[in-house]
Each structure stands twice: as C-alpha cells, then as structure tokens.
Design a protein around this ligand. Structure first.
Ligand code: FAD
Length: 481
C-alpha cells in the first residue's frame, strides 16, 4: 500500500509540532516520531525560551548570541532569529501557551548565563519544555504516528520523494511533496547525556549516506551537572539556576575544588565548570556532588519543583549530597541548511530544530536559544513550503529495502560506541584519542551490524573527523596536547 502526503514531518518535538501547526488541516500532513510523542528533548527543557524582549533588545540579543558563538555564528541567521522572536512570541501567546506571569498578568522574564538582560520566558516554573509540548500537541490538526522509526530517506537526484518507516504493523514507504527533518540531536551516541532516548543522530547518518552535508559537528555542548545514580544513559539535568542560587559543587570531603580551576567557582561559565568537574573526576578518580543543603526544603520544592520531584523519585532530598557528573547536552552542528531551513543541495527536503545547522549557535550556544531557533526556523520552512507554486513533480516509487535493521550484537556495540564517544570525543579532547575513536568506529562499520547502528556510526565518524580537522580549541571544542 502506498501512502501519499503533502508534507511528512520526521519528529514530534517543538520543531516538528510548530511546523505542523503552521499548515492548515486541508493539507495532508503526517508527523512521525519514534516512541511516544513526549520522548523528545523538548519535553525535558527546563529553563525557557530566549526572546528579544522588545525591538530595543534585538541588537543586544544578537550581540550576546554572537559573543557566545565565539566568532563562528552565521550573522544573518542570528539576526533573523532575534528579529522574528517577537512574532513567534506573539504567535505562542495567541495560541494560549501558558507562560509564567506576575500578579498583574505581565510575562515574567528571567536571566541565564551570558545574557545581558532578563529575556528568558518560561512556563510551569522549571517545566517550560513539558508545558510547551503538551500545549502545542493538543492543537495539531494532523495525523501523528507514534512508534514509527524512519529508516531511510527516499532520495533521487535533488529530490526527497518520501521516507521508509518501521512501525509495529510493518515497514512502509511513505511519499510526500515536501519532507521536513525535525529529528533532534545526537545524545544517544554518548555514555552520559541529558537527551531523550529517541535522539541518536540516525537522520544525520542518512544525510551523509546521500552525499549531503553536516556542518560544525565537532561543536558539542556538555552540561556540567546531571544526576548520575540512574542505570540509563539519559541522566536527569540539574539546572544551572541551582548554582546561581547558591548550590555548591564539592568532593566527598565537602571541598569546593572548582576554585582550584577558576576564581569564579560555581559561577564560572558552563564549559569551564564542566571541564573542571571532568578533569577532577579523571585525575583523582573522585566522586563529585552537588550540595543543596543551604536550601530549606520548602523553598527548594517551590522554586525547583521538577528537580525536587526527580530527586525524590530516586530517594534523595535536598539535604543529601547529590552525586553528579557532566554529560553531553546539545549539538550546535547539524544538517547544513539555508535561511529557510532547506537542506543545501535539495529541492524539497528541510531540516529544522536541533537536527539542523543554521549557524545561530556558532561554536557555543547561548542558553535557551535552541527552543527559539527551532520555533523561528520551523515557521520559516513551512512558510517557504506553503508559498511554493504547486509544481508538477513526478511521483517515483521506491522498492522497500531489505536491509537488516538490527543485528544480534548491535546492543553491545552501541554501548562500546557510547563509551568511546564519551571518553575520547567528549569534554576534553586529544588528537591521539580522537584517532583511536576513529579507528574504533571504522572497525565497527566493517562488522556485521544492522542499518540503524550503521547510521549512528556514520554520524559519530563525522563528529570525530570534524574534531580532527579543527586543530585549535574554540568554543565548545577543547583540545589539549
Ligand atoms: C534536559 C534538557 C534541557 C533543556 N533545556 C532547554 C531550555 O531551557 N531552553 C532551550 O532553549 N533549550 C533547552 N534544551 C534544548 C532543547 O530542548 C532542544 O534543543 C529542542 O527541544 C530540540 O527540539 P527538536 O524539536 O529539534 O527535537 P526533539 O524535541 O528532541 O524531538 C526529536 C523528535 O525526533 C524524533 N525522531 C528522532 N529520530 C527519529 C527517527 N529515526 N524516526 C522518527 N522520529 C525520529 C523523536 O522521536 C522526537 O519526536 C534542553 C535540552 C535538554 C535535553
């Protein structure tokens, strides 16, 4: 059976949902996501969405974003993002997203690291992603297939004719006039990460196997503080706002060792703190803890309800030392796109959200700019799709692939890949370790493996090769001898 759509959207995070919302119900749109719709990074976003507060703030927001990006940002796209943040905010308010407000009904703006002013809007306290996602999904007028894993992009010449998708009911080719990739980042490639389990860079691998380009994949952001006492690779994030409000990072003797690395201690920039913790753990084989005992329990539960709930779930209160580590968090690089999210070299294939490279983050992301990027470029991509003249493209049928998607030992190899990426392509990099990682990935690529693992390996290989090409430290790419 062949299915035909106007638009297929791969991914049901903020990028995919917001794109779908721009397209009216008379178009035939299909959203695909791997597990449940809430299994996405969007759902876990805590802090908020950065926006220019008003027209006067645009220049400052642009400047803060460019500074964080360490000279590697695409200035045009940064300008677009900041200017259009005003329209996106109006649109989200018109759609009734319940952002946090003061008693008189004015939006509350908070501040995060490296922003010169309070310009982060938030919802549900520290549950912005969950509130946003839950709100947008109820408004979607289109069909959504959950448990639907895209395994292939059906590409011929410069056109994407659709996707191959694996569902519980079987494997299908689905065809569409336009296809949007909103499949998120690459968290699943790392042993420690903050990302949803569905996010593993497979679509990035499909881009590479079709001879298309990924950009700046060496630029990976690591979060300094996640809770580590869980068996899963995904580790709950402990927001930087905790340190902003007084939480301390200590070793088992309660020593605040961060001051050995930077006089700003806990308030040093995110990268510095992540590197210091990682270095201390490696050098002294030490456990590291977050000390929250200065908070009164009542205050902690009110100010950080999400984090308090998570810690309680694992049997911890704010009076216990919380075992922490840094973890992979966000991918600044991605699928190379133009200013409307169209993938370079393609006629009708788009990438938006964390999957895409728009260049707005450069070598390092300014806090809370990622949800904004996803919203702004999702809108731009759909506007371009809707504005196109109805072209007379010719349908092309593809034979279903017979590739084995998963082999017996793929699970073990995935764990090996994760350790390799965490230990050798992580927070502190060495050329020799990168070369070892590359060798390891190449050996795995030669093994008897399933297609889904092969796609992850292609993405990992691209990250390592990009890191090897950048021979000096810059932004999130930190190289030592
Ligand atoms: C813990 C945490 C906190 C964060 N806090 C903030 C914050 O406060 N502010 C901010 O701006 N950013 C934050 N971020 C980053 C931000 O949440 C993400 O960059 C953003 O949500 C990405 O949205 P997305 O729609 O691109 O991808 P996601 O929300 O990750 O969605 C990806 C979708 O793609 C689907 N998918 C993946 N592969 C396939 C496949 N092969 N087939 C079918 N479907 C597939 C998944 O199932 C999922 O539906 C945070 C991230 C994390 C992890």
């Amino acid at each position: 059976m062949a299915y035909h759509y106007d638009v297929i959207i791969i991914g049901a995070g903020v990028a995919g949902l917001y794109a779908a919302l721009q397209i009216n119900r008379h178009k035939k749109v299909l959203i695909l996501c791997k597990a449940q719709p809430w299994d996405c990074n969007t759902f876990y976003a805590q802090g908020g969405i950065a926006v220019a507060k008003n027209k006067d703030d645009i220049l400052l927001h642009i400047r803060d974003t460019l500074n964080a990006g360490a000279g590697m940002c695409d200035t045009e796209n940064v300008e677009i993002m900041s200017i259009q943040s005003l329209e996106v905010l109006d649109d989200l308010i018109a759609r009734g997203v319940p952002f946090d407000k003061d008693e008189t009904g004015n939006l509350l703006f908070t501040k995060e690291a490296a922003h010169s002013t309070n310009r982060i809007i938030h919802a549900g306290g520290d549950c912005t992603g969950r509130v946003l996602h839950s709100h947008l999904i109820t408004q979607i007028p289109h069909t959504l297939w959950k448990n639907a894993t895209v395994t292939e992009l059906l590409i011929h010449d410069n056109r994407c004719y659709g996707v191959n998708v694996l569902t519980k009911r079987g494997n299908y080719n689905l065809y569409a006039r336009d296809v949007i990739i909103a499949s998120g980042g690459v968290g699943g490639l790392f042993e420690m990460h903050t990302n949803a389990h569905t996010v593993a860079g497979e679509l990035h691998g499909m881009i590479l196997e079709n001879g298309l380009k990924l950009c700046d994949m060496e630029m990976l952001q690591f979060h300094p503080t996640v809770f580590v006492q869980t068996t899963r690779a995904r580790k709950p994030l402990l927001s930087e706002a905790l340190r902003g409000e007084g939480a301390q990072i200590v070793d088992k003797d309660k020593r605040r060792f961060l001051f050995d690395y930077d006089s700003r201690g806990e308030l040093a920039p995110r990268d510095t703190v992540a590197r210091a913790i990682y270095d201390y753990q490696q050098k002294y084989n030490a456990e590291v803890f977050l000390d929250l005992s200065m908070f009164r329990e009542h205050f902690f539960e009110k100010r950080f309800p999400n984090i308090a709930r998570t810690l309680h779930g694992f049997g911890y209160s704010c009076y216990d030392p919380i075992p922490i580590s840094p973890a992979f968090h966000y991918c600044m690089g991605g699928i190379a796109t133009d200013t409307n999210g169209k993938i370079l070299g393609m006629d009708n294939l788009y990438a938006i959200g964390e999957a895409a490279h728009t260049g707005v983050h450069g070598a390092n992301r300014l806090a809370s700019n990622s949800l904004l990027e996803a919203l702004v470029f999702a809108r731009r991509a759909t506007f371009e799709i809707l504005g196109k003249e109805a072209s007379t493209w010719k349908m092309r049928e593809f034979q279903p692939r017979n590739d084995i998607l998963e082999c017996e030992y793929d699970g073990n190899l995935k764990q090996i890949l994760r350790k390799l990426m965490w230990n050798k392509v992580g927070i502190i990099r060495k050329k020799s370790a990168l070369l070892e990682a590359l060798g390891g990935v190449e050996v795995m690529l030669q093994s008897h493996i399933g297609r889904l693992l092969r796609l992850r390996l292609l993405t990992a290989k691209n990250i390592i090769e990009s890191a090897l090409l950048r021979e000096e430290s810059l932004g999130a790419h930190y190289l030592v001898e």
